[in-house]
Design a protein around this ligand. Structure first.
Ligand SMILES: [Cu+2]
Length: 418
């Protein structure tokens, strides 16, 4: 009886937290809107999230959110041959923020993020990766969309493989950063694109995704851990994805202020940043580091070694790259520490008349850009804060690399016939 009472108290407490923070733990009112087949064999599933009431200011990572769990991409394919799983290829995701009343599109400035993940109740990345004849290298997240990048499409001929019976979760969050907006209720509409292998076309080539983070040393926050939804932490909920292995680089992360002379390299210029939220502390970067920090007025560069985060299984090529920066983020660069050369650069643009990221660029390449398992890499983010106050920042690069181990060259022959 006592246990029942405690369970009830716990439920009420969770309910109060949910009301206070706008968190909807499971997508109430969420549904599958449509399933379609398009020219060229592409297929889509349209999802509608729970309604989110935007009746006050919600900053980045603070807005109403929910998870739409256990999405089956193609029930018909899964049922076709029970027990025989086909491979489906995820090729892209689009989101729109819509009015909850008439489902017409509203400004994307209310979008915080969407994470399409494996369903944590029915699988794990390890189990998922082992289910393919050639084991893959996926982690929890399959696609992430962020402000300024509400559409990601992999280059033609590439996809992220999943099995026809694999269940997916779509975690979406909204925000409301600018004062003076009328109260509105919105929903996030997501379109997931996928295809099957088709005998008339070359086989789809597999990609694995990595999210790599700039992290910064901050004054340690004793005893605090990154909180997520109390009752149901989910791998798609926050900006950062939790990971059990230590992903700190061998070289310490730094930040530099840009003075009138340029980037100030004085050793005193790099020190602890001010932390923006406790959610920015993630186990894999240690309690002394954060992925969510404050940028003082002016230009600042933040850099971290990301070799461990890239966790490349072999030499490969990247075929799609984009990123996530908060307002006033300028650019995000991946640099090869061996050569000092920039491998990719992603640029962001903020709205001029309100707080928000208007666009973030993407790189899509069928030929691919080489990434070497033996090389060390650094991620560099530039912020230019034009205001007179500190602003909050993150810097994440999302990349998709070829999930095919290079074929080792045949043993050298003594003599090749002419
Ligand atoms: Cu963020």
């Amino acid at each position: 009886m006592k246990r029942v009472r405690y369970a009830l108290y716990a439920l009420v407490a969770v309910g109060l937290v949910a009301v206070a923070t706008g968190i909807i733990l499971e997508g109430d009112g969420a549904r599958v809107l449509a399933r379609d087949t398009h020219a060229g064999g592409e297929r889509s599933v349209d999802l509608l999230s729970a309604p989110y009431k935007l009746d006050r200011i919600y900053l980045s990572m603070r807005g109403p959110r929910s998870n739409q769990p256990r999405i089956e991409l193609a029930p018909a394919v899964a049922a076709e041959k029970a027990g025989v799983e086909k491979t489906l290829w995820l090729t892209g995701v689009d989101v729109d923020v819509v009015d909850a009343g008439n489902l017409s599109a509203v400004s994307r400035e209310f979008f915080c993020h969407a994470n399409l993940t494996l369903n944590p109740v029915t699988t794990t990345p390890e189990k998922h990766n082992r289910s393919f004849a050639a084991p893959t290298h996926a982690n929890w997240r399959l696609f992430t969309l962020v402000p300024g990048r509400t559409s990601v499409h992999l280059p033609p001929g590439f996809g992220v493989p999943i099995k026809s019976g694999t269940l997916l979760d779509n975690f979406t969050m909204t925000l409301n950063q600018n004062p003076g907006q009328p109260e509105r209720t919105v929903q996030v509409k997501t379109r997931i694109w996928y295809r099957q292998n088709d005998s008339t076309q070359p086989p789809v080539r597999p990609l694995f995704r990595r999210g790599i983070y700039v992290y910064q040393q901050h004054t340690p926050v004793a005893g605090k851990v990154a909180p997520a939804s109390a009752a149901a932490p989910h791998q798609g909920e926050l900006c950062g994805e939790a990971c059990r292995t230590d992903q700190r680089g061998r070289q310490a992360s730094t930040f530099l202020a840009r003075t009138r002379q340029g980037l100030d390299t004085h050793p005193g210029a790099s020190c602890c940043v001010e932390n923006a939220t406790v959610e920015g502390i993630m186990a894999q970067f240690g309690q002394e580091n954060t992925v969510h920090w404050m940028v003082p007025p002016g230009s600042h560069r933040y850099q971290s070694e990301v070799t461990q985060q890239l966790d490349l299984p072999f030499d490969t090529t990247a075929h799609y790259v984009t990123g996530h920066l908060h307002p006033y983020g300028k650019s995000l660069k991946l640099v090869d520490m061996e050569s000092g050369k920039t491998v990719f650069e992603i640029e962001a643009r903020s709205f001029r008349d309100r707080l928000g990221v208007e666009s973030i660029s993407e790189i899509s390449s069928r030929a691919g850009v080489p990434l070497h398992r033996g090389h060390r890499y650094q991620l560099i983010a530039d912020y230019d804060n034009p205001t007179s106050q500190s602003i909050d920042a993150m810097a994440i690069m999302y990349l998709y690399a070829l999930d095919e181990a290079p074929v080792s060259p045949p043993p050298a022959l003594g003599r090749v016939a002419q």
